[in-house]
Write a protein that binds this ligand. Structure first.
Ligand code: KG4
Ligand code: ZN
Length: 342
């Protein structure tokens, strides 16, 4: 069973061929950072146009690299949401057309489910249920992952996502876009104790997140006087790690059946954050699992893999429509203060 995966939900164009036995036959990602960087954030129209230009040649390239032709692909899967609607439509329409031409099924995949199951592509031993910290540019959630299609949201952010905070603070520090990798690099030579920063919601009973106040505190700190960029980066990264760790412990208390602590999404590529989560899992006698960095940030291997998991579980395909919002746990209560990112 070989699946062609397509990812175009935001500013990464990606295609991959993944086998149900976890072999990644070919995978490519083209980021659009050079396009959106000067704008300080992703411009939806530019993103959609870039996907149109890049996706078809990229699919041809992964097929070529794997030595397969379309007739040897058993299913086609594309991210159908959540994300930028114009960007999503490029992937969905392309995927549907290829599936139709090849006479194969098409699977519309939830981008969050692709992140949520990606650790099982990298780690065959990881079994359900697990506690997932899903931390990306658009999302910051704690989820009980019971199996493909079965998610219970334990917490979300009441304002910004963690990756969004990294990106905004990087702009304040003049480090460019995307901010996460730039802040991680700068933080290596910084002293986190040199700049005091708050830890929003630390110790709160509900395991929700908040990062807007932290970003504002960085801005005020910079306005108040000169600081070494490396010190501010290190202090910010440590504050985020403290908040993520504290909220994760709170959620673990509510999920005693969890067999592992798992992190996924772009921010889970951060090695300081991974080390902190690994430490807290070890303290509770739980394995810590996070995919390699390339599989944390947006890619199409995770989309193909989610399709493999859904087919193996016998789940019915989702409707092939692009949807800007698509919560993993439709029953989760809206959280006061949470904006469009819930
Ligand atoms: O999962 P992803 O590629 O796209 C979304 O679905 O949002 O996550 C992108 C986010 C960006 O905000 C980026 O700054 C952040 O992940 N990120 C990082 C690192 N690498 C990417 N944040 C912290 N440290 C990193 N090394
Ligand atoms: Zn993502």
């Amino acid at each position: 069973m070989i699946v062609l995966g397509i990812e175009t939900s935001c500013d990464e164009t990606a295609a991959a061929l993944v086998a149900a036995d976890r072999r990644i036959l070919a995978q490519r990602v083209a980021s659009q950072h050079e396009l959106h960087g000067p704008m300080g954030g992703v411009v939806p129209e530019l993103a959609a146009r870039a996907h149109v230009e890049r996706l078809a040649p990229m699919i041809a390239a992964v097929l070529d690299e794997s030595g397969l032709d379309l007739a040897q692909v058993d299913a086609v899967a594309a991210t159908a949401g959540p994300g930028l609607v114009g960007a999503l439509m490029v992937g969905v329409v392309t995927g549907q057309a290829l599936a139709w031409a090849a006479g194969r099924p098409f699977l519309a995949i939830n981008h969050l489910e692709a992140h949520a199951l990606s650790p099982r592509l990298a780690c065959p031993d990881l079994s359900f249920p697990y506690l997932l910290l899903l931390v990306s540019g658009g999302h910051c959630q704690l989820l009980a992952v019971q199996g493909p299609g079965a998610y219970r949201r334990l917490a979300t952010t009441i304002d910004d996502a963690a990756g969004e905070a990294f990106d905004k603070v990087a702009i304040l520090l003049g480090l460019g876009f995307p901010g996460g990798p730039a802040i991680e690099r700068a933080a290596r030579s910084g002293d986190p104790a040199a700049v005091p920063l708050p830890r929003p919601l630390l110790g709160a009973a509900e395991p929700h997140f908040s990062f807007a106040g932290l970003k504002t505190a960085v801005r005020r700190t910079l306005e108040a006087g000169a600081h070494r960029t490396a010190d501010v980066a290190a202090a910010f990264q440590e504050a985020v790690a403290d908040c993520l760790a504290d909220r994760t412990v709170r959620a673990l208390d509510r999920l005693p059946e969890a067999r592992a602590l798992v992190a996924a999404g772009g921010v889970a590529a951060n090695s300081a954050i991974r080390a902190r989560l690994a430490g807290l899992a070890a303290a509770r006698g739980l394995p810590f699992v996070a995919p390699p960095a390339w599989l944390c940030t947006d890619n199409a291997a995770m989309v193909a893999w989610a399709a493999c998991e859904r087919m193996a579980a016998g789940l019915a395909p989702e409707a092939p429509t692009a949807r800007p919002r698509w919560p993993l746990d439709p029953l989760a209560e809206p959280v006061r203060g949470a904006g469009v990112k819930a």
